[in-house]
Design a binder for this molecule. Sequence first.
Ligand SMILES: NC(=O)c1ccc[n+]([C@@H]2O[C@H](COP(=O)([O-])OP(=O)(O)OC[C@H]3O[C@@H](n4cnc5c(N)ncnc54)[C@H](OP(=O)(O)O)[C@@H]3O)[C@@H](O)[C@H]2O)c1
Length: 291
Amino acid sequence: MILVTGATGKIGSRLTKHLIDSGERVRVVSRSEEKLEGFKKLDAEPVIGNLLERDSCLRAFEGCDRAFLLVQGDPTSGRHYEEEIQVGKNYAEALKAADIKHAVFISSLGADKGTGSALIDSKIQIEADLKNAGVPVTVTRPGNFLENMYNFLETVSSAGFFTYPMPGNIKIPHVSVDDIAEIAFKVLKRGPNGWEIIEMPGIEYSFFDIAMEISENLNRMIKYMRVSDEQFREVYSGFGISDKFCDDYLAMFKFFERANFKYNPQSIPPEFNYSPKTLEEFVPELVRSIK
Ligand SMILES: NC(=O)c1ccc[n+]([C@@H]2O[C@H](COP(=O)([O-])OP(=O)(O)OC[C@H]3O[C@@H](n4cnc5c(N)ncnc54)[C@H](OP(=O)(O)O)[C@@H]3O)[C@@H](O)[C@H]2O)c1
């Protein structure tokens, strides 16, 4: 039985489908009974649980031999860093208690160094805690998700601008959640390989590149506009996002600005036959939600 955490989210929902289609028995965990409803017809075993709570986390792992792990602190609580660290510690304990034979953990690009953003730096501590558990874990470190763009579409449709709080010419690695789920699936099917790290940055694109691709797909000019940190905060806090989360989001963009990414395209073992989704493949899907 494979435990899938984050099953109601972007990566976990895709992974769950792959696993079930391939004949695996899957347990999905969520805090919400309602969100778990859809999994019943998929033939997954739904478990209501809060992974922040130690006992609930231990129960979710009981009887499983493999696990897919991710952590997502609450962006509204102001305590997302502490929450992620706690969930990581709960995972480390549960891996041992349930005698898990192989786990996959979604970390982040940048988790090999301090970045100044708790959104990434939490993963450094969690990787260390999981490693100390002494259980075989494959860590994948994805780049910026292409799908994050869905959160930045409002100004595209209302004003013809694509906006981010970053200079338009800096290239940062972008990866699709489809690819992350597919690699996690292949890694779980392959089996354990000790403590293993797979960098999964994706392809480097600038925000100018992205605005141009959106323009071509919409057949109208969409300009890239860098918004100030203050404008970004104003919009995000309007959605209930905490000041601390905004600070960390902005610190992550500052890290991207100075990171000077240089990733080895061979970092994903050839056995996985990985061909990252391109911007040209992704944007037609994206613009369908604004047309
Ligand atoms: N966005 C990026 O560009 C990027 C880049 C690199 C790495 N990452 C990492 O990717 C991960 C996010 O993956 P995603 O986008 O697939 O997730 P997502 O769509 O944001 O979904 C989050 C999932 O976490 C679950 N969750 C949160 N707190 C929980 C708790 N206390 N107990 C049980 N479940 C809980 C939610 O379940 P319920 O709400 O149903 O309980 C939901 O299924 C994060 O670790 C993030 O740091 C993101």
